[in-house]
Write a protein that binds this ligand. Sequence first.
Ligand SMILES: [Zn+2]
Length: 112
Amino acid sequence: MNDQPRITMRTVESSQLPPCSRCGQTVAMVANLSQWGRGTAELCHTCDQNRPARAAWLNLLASGKLADADRVTEVDMEQAGQLWAACLMDLLSASPLGLALQQPRADKNLGL
Ligand SMILES: [Zn+2]
């Protein structure tokens, strides 16, 4: 059995991408996090530029390096895997659903 996370990328026309729920511009990518028990996460060049892990991943996508199967090298794929892993960790840690994984708040107020 393979325990590696399954990563599948699908390229779509930008007209098929939804507007960013934060700024209204077209998102750069929608990540499906269902295999981690989450919904989807939007990645936006504008809103995520101050999140280093996300920005690094988006810059790689924008470079077009991965889109050219004849040009992409094993080193590129290795780098892409590392950048995506870092981006994914950031997405999962920042997801609102991540709150449910944190320890319950102290019950000190229940005695009032
Ligand atoms: Zn945005």
